[in-house]
Structures are given as structure tokens and as C-alpha cells.
Design a protein around this ligand. Structure first.
Ligand code: EPZ
Length: 420
């Protein structure tokens, strides 16, 4: 197992090019299966979740090459529609392969992904949406056998909740359905619009992605395409927070400013000076203690993203005043609280509400990462803390933060990766 050893107190200074969005790259790589052709994906972040996705693509018979940030998927050699449990367990978001496989070959066999560190993560909305499109799903002992006895048929789908994954699976499956599909209460995250742009490049006819209602006109076949993934707004926020908590300054090259309104608003309200450049670059400077932190609650896009909640809690832990943070998306996404408390943070949790009383200083401690965003938040706390912090189980962080310690070291942090 590996850990990060961090000696806190160095202000982060410098510039960094933002990685490609993990939550855009994963569904786009899966969607390449639907084309049964060759696709090229640029700005694909080098993450363990991407590696897991490439493993599944190879298991399905696709030819895959990865050269730095460029991934080529040749899905013309698809030989299987079954994803074994061992690969599904690697990464629960592999559920996104349902839609692409149904598009490509009219069947998909995979196991229900099950819960994870942040919640039960049911897939009922995925199942309901796909069944509305004519998919028959037989579940036995957690194994889902999906078939389309009469082919995929366009339908009106009303999602109970603006689920990102269910929107993606429905949108991908609908591209090959006979007729028109309307998905209402669709997720509006930028990653959804990026996936739609990729699919439309492949010959799909998707309208309204990124808004609440998505209309998909089914087509007979999709062809290969080349696509560049949007920048990762959560990775960008993580680095902005790293500069803020260490009273430093950072220039993010290629940030997706217009995907970050809620996060930028928070940073400015707590005293950070933000400068947005016409080319998309985003600079942050902060030379003093963070001002009082306004209360926030997480919400579907364009609300404050749940994936930035843990980083925001580190900001609140060091801010001047008391803040309320409400997590409305996942039922178990405060697991970083106990670890932050070990570093001197003053946080009380009641169900999905955390009350955070800011302190002048955090102190180093041995802490455990228990999910991707909680883990990266603990690193932020270690960068700001007095003394040494050891963050264990950093494989969680490697799932979504590309070369995290290398990036932070280049910005002046005293951090190293140690194999324990
Ligand atoms: C995506 O997960 C992201 N993952 C998550 O990022 C992100 O936190 C989440 O969207 C919300 O923005 C990827 O894109 C790979 P949801 P997803 O379906 O699609 C419930 C990260 O750290 N729900 O929008 O799984 C669910 O339990 C990860 O990068 C159902 O009840 O999220 C949750 O409470 C973490 N039934 C809520 O909806 C369903 O069928 C939102 O889930 C589906 C979801």
C-alpha cells in the first residue's frame, strides 16, 4: 500500500495544465463500443479508473492503445458482451457499458456494481430507463442479463432524479433506438454534453444535452470519431483549493471556467482573488486567512458539485467563522470528517449536515483516504497543516487525480509517495 508523506506550510506557487475530465473520459471510452469502429480520445487522463476501463475494453475484444493522453479504441473487433465480476468490482462506474453494448450487439451481461465508499449507489434508474427503451433485464444473483427482444425502441423517459450515469446510459442506448427518445429531468453536468458531442461526431443525433431535456433521434449505425475530452472541473477546483489553503497563487492552464461557476463563486466569497483569461486560463491568489465561509449544499449541476464538497470542507476548516455544509447527493460522503478532526478540525455532523468551525491552524497526523475526493481533500489539509501528515490508502486518489504528488511538488509542496 502507498502513502503520501507531506510536510505542510509551503505556499503553492506556479502554473499547471488541467487534466482531462475523468467523468467525461470514462463514459466516452465506453461509448466507443457502440460505434464498433475506431475512435481516438485525446486529453484522456492517466488514472487507474481509465486503466480499469481500458482493461474492460480489451476484455470485450477491442484493440486499445494508450500513448500518454491519447487513447485509441478499435471496437471493430468486439467479441464479447459480458463483463466479469472481477472487472466490474474494479470500478463501479463500469455500469456505463450497458448502453454501449446494447447499441453494439443488442445484449449486455454484467453484475450489479453494488455500493461503494460513498453510498449504496443503486442502479434502479439505469434499469428503468433502459427497460423503457425495450431492454429486457433478467437479474440472477446480482448478474444482469440484458437483451433487446424487439430491438431498442425510442421512448419518453422521465428520470426521478437527475442521475448522471442513468442519463448517460439512456442517451447512449437511445442513439440506436428506432424512433425518437426524450429524456426529461436529465443530468446537466458538462460531462453529459461532452459525451453527446462525441456521440454526435460518431453520427448520433442528440439535441439538448447539458439541459434538462435531451432529445435523441435514433440512427442505424454509428461510426468512429476523434474527440478531445473537456478539462476536469473537479481536478481544477482541487488545485485552486490547494493554492488557497497554503496562501499561495496558481495559474491553471486550460481550465473550464464556465463549468465552475458555483465553485468560483465560493472561492471569491471567502477572499480569493480570481482572474479569468479569455483563453480559459484561471488564476487564483490568496495571501491571508480565508474569510468566513458561506454555508453551502451540494446539488446537481449547475449547483455546487458533491465531488468538491470534501475540498470545500478543508477551506471551511481553516476559514474565519462557522459554516454549514449539507451533502444532498450521496448518503455517506462525510468520511473525511473523522480524519480532518484528527488534524485539529472542529466539525460536527448531524446526518447529512456538517457544522464546521474554522480554526487558525491544522496540525499534521496519520490519516486514511477512504474515497477519491475525501483522500485528495486530506492532502489539501496536509499541505496547509503544521508538521507532517501521512495520508494512507492513496490508491483511492490515483483513481481520479493524475500524477497528484508530482503536480503538487512542481508547485512547491513538500510531498512524496512512499510504498508502505
Ligand atoms: C457520477 O456518478 C460521477 N461519476 C460521480 O463522481 C459524481 O459524484 C456523481 O455523478 C454526481 O455528480 C462518474 O461520472 C463516473 P448519480 P453517478 O447517478 O452517475 C442515486 C467522483 O468522485 N442514484 O448522479 O453514479 C445515487 O445513489 C465520482 O468522480 C439512484 O438512486 O451519480 C446518488 O445518491 C463519485 N439510482 C444520486 O442518485 C440510480 O439508478 C446521484 O447519483 C442512480 C443513482
Amino acid at each position: 500500500m502507498a502513502s503520501f508523506v507531506i510536510h505542510g506550510g509551503n505556499p503553492l506557487r506556479g502554473e499547471h495544465t488541467v487534466q482531462g475530465a475523468k467523468n467525461s473520459a470514462l463514459p466516452i471510452l465506453a461509448a466507443a463500443v457502440a460505434t464498433k469502429s475506431k475512435c481516438v480520445v485525446h486529453r484522456c487522463p492517466m488514472l487507474s479508473d481509465v486503466t480499469a476501463t481500458l482493461q474492460i475494453l480489451r476484455h470485450l475484444g477491442c484493440r486499445v492503445t494508450q500513448t500518454n493522453g491519447c487513447v485509441e479504441v478499435d471496437a471493430s473487433t468486439l467479441t464479447s458482451a459480458e463483463i466479469p465480476m472481477c472487472l466490474m468490482r474494479e470500478m463501479r462506474s463500469s455500469i456505463i457499458f450497458m448502453g454501449p453494448l446494447l447499441c453494439a450487439v443488442g445484449e449486455a451481461t454484467l453484475c450489479a456494481p453494488g455500493g461503494c465508499e460513498i453510498g449504496l449507489r443503486p442502479i434502479d434508474m439505469h434499469v428503468d430507463a433502459l427497460c423503457a427503451l425495450g431492454v429486457q433485464i433478467d437479474e440472477q444473483n446480482g448478474l444482469l442479463r440484458c437483451t433487446v427482444p424487439n430491438g431498442l425502441i425510442g421512448a419518453r423517459i422521465a428520470l426521478q432524479f437527475a442521475s448522471v450515469g442513468a442519463t448517460e446510459n439512456a442517451m447512449i442506448a437511445a442513439t440506436a433506438a428506432r424512433g425518437v427518445t426524450v429524456i426529461s429531468n436529465a443530468a446537466r453536468e458538462p460531462e453529459i454534453a461532452d459525451l453527446a458531442r462525441f456521440l454526435n461526431r460518431c453520427g448520433a443525433r442528440i439535441h439538448g444535452a447539458g439541459e434538462g431535456v435531451i432529445v435523441v433521434e435514433g440512427v442505424k449505425t454509428l461510426h468512429g470519431a476523434e474527440h478531445t475530452v473537456i478539462p476536469d472541473r473537479i481536478a481544477a477546483m482541487t488545485l485552486l483549493c490547494a493554492a488557497a489553503v497554503t496562501k499561495g497563487e496558481i495559474l491553471l492552464r486550460g481550465a473550464a471556467q464556465d463549468h465552475m461557476d458555483a465553485m468560483r463563486n465560493l472561492l471569491e466569497r471567502i477572499g480569493c482573488t480570481l482572474r479569468q483569461f479569455p483563453n480559459g486560463d484561471l488564476a487564483l491568489k490568496l495571501k491571508r486567512r480565508l474569510d468566513s465561509f458561506p454555508s453551502i449544499h451540494t446539488a446537481p449541476y449547475p449547483g455546487f458539485p458533491t465531488d468538491a464538497q470534501a475540498a470545500a470542507m478543508v477551506l471551511a476548516s481553516l476559514a474565519n467563522g462557522t459554516a454549514i455544509i449539507k451533502e444532498t447527493i450521496f448518503e455517506n460522503r462525510f468520511r473525511h470528517v473523522s480524519e480532518l478532526r484528527r488534524m485539529g478540525a472542529r466539525i460536527r455532523v448531524e446526518e447529512r449536515v456538517a457544522v464546521v468551525e474554522g480554526v487558525e491552524k491544522l496540525h499534521g497526523a496519520h490519516v486514511d483516504a477512504c474515497d477519491l475526493r475525501a483522500g485528495s481533500a486530506l492532502v489539501l489539509a496536509g499541505l496547509a497543516a503544521e508538521g507532517t501528515t501521512v495520508v494512507n490508502n492513496i490508491w483511492h486518489i490515483d483513481r481520479g487525480c493524475e500524477q497528484f504528488e508530482i503536480t503538487l511538488k512542481q508547485l512547491g509542496a513538500d510531498i512524496k509517495r512512499e510504498e508502505v
